[in-house]
Design a protein around this ligand. Sequence first.
Ligand SMILES: NC(=O)N[C@@H](CC(=O)O)C(=O)O
Length: 425
Amino acid sequence: MTAYLIRNVSVVGGAPTDLLIRDGVVAETGAGLAAPDATVLDATGLVALPGLVDLHTHLREPGREDAETVESGSRAAALGGYTAVCAMANTSPVADTAGVVEQVWRLGREAGLVDVQPIGAVTVGLAGERLAELGAMADSAARVRIFSDDGHCVADPKLMRRALEYVKAFDGVIAQHAEEPRLTEGAQMHEGEVSTRLGLTGWPAVAEEAIIARDVLLAEHVGSRLHICHVSTAGSVEVLRHAKARGVKVTAEVTPHHLLLTDEKATTYDPVYKVNPPLRTAADVAALRAALAEGVIDIVATDHAPHAVEDKECEWAYARPGMLGLETALSIALDVLGPQWDLIAERMSRTPARIAGLDGHGLDPAPGVPANLTLVDPAARRVIEPAELASRSRNTPYARMTLPGRIVATFLRGEPTVLDGKAVK
Ligand SMILES: NC(=O)N[C@@H](CC(=O)O)C(=O)O
């Protein structure tokens, strides 16, 4: 294994120092380190962060390998500064058995670019009718701890209660896609002034807020861990604030796009802006940013949702919802939060690693710690060119935008997956 001596790097925004990486761990830190056998990387001006951890990634394999594979999504993740991603269960077949989660887990190991932690479905086939084999998935080689029907809400309160109770036995967590389906039938975008103007059926904020309110009460009642996917409204923030004040074991994520973009984008009728939950209002964006800074929202998760051209480049009403996220998330966070490195490390690495129970991830570079880290150039600016993305899909909402920050290198257990901004394999 090659040793790496990273010179003059600011660890999570601190004073410049050297990091020696050897045998998969951070061997030494301090100014003026010497290691004749090591490859030297001059990291003057760069910031080292614990490798980013994404709690919400769609890798599309098995089933839609034309849109993404475990390998292409892993490469996109590494280029985005990630060392671990949690793969959502809405594949084909659905990841609702030990066999499918083990397949995804094994494909992740074979790609070897990030740790791929499969998420298991809550209900068989995401159909919302009977519980999937949660215990078998937890006991499998993939050691599943997060369960989600993402893309669909676990709408039946009795099933949701049972799922919450069931996962308590192995400290699991149910990640809810909060969307009351009866309130969003036929919805095309956020319900509000813009949807009225465009004459498109709206997805009201209350459809999200009502499910979060119900589920924090259920989680409190049974004493289980609940995670809320892609929180998108100011009202959801207030429900979460209330639940956290009561001591409910609830965590929540927000996506980069909900921190930046608004429903005004729908006026372009460009389906690249169609996403679930939909882009909301400027007031919602402001509330989400404040909640993230405050900690009412715990983490940023990408909801990286690759879609093939034919599923996106069509009429708005027929387009699938979803946007790419892995290769741009850190830039959007930097744009939205500024160079608050400790906050970025907390919301994009340490806390997601803790929620997912990923050993060896989310740890600041320090002697003895597994060398899962990423080096960011905060001064760089880059123009997003969809054709240059490593994802198999092209549905980024940031095409041709100039964004701050560039991932220069990513290390997974001491091995570079990205060097000089390029994937190593
Ligand atoms: N977030 C999205 O807009 N899409 C997700 C699933 C979903 O939540 O609808 C996808 O899998 O494409």
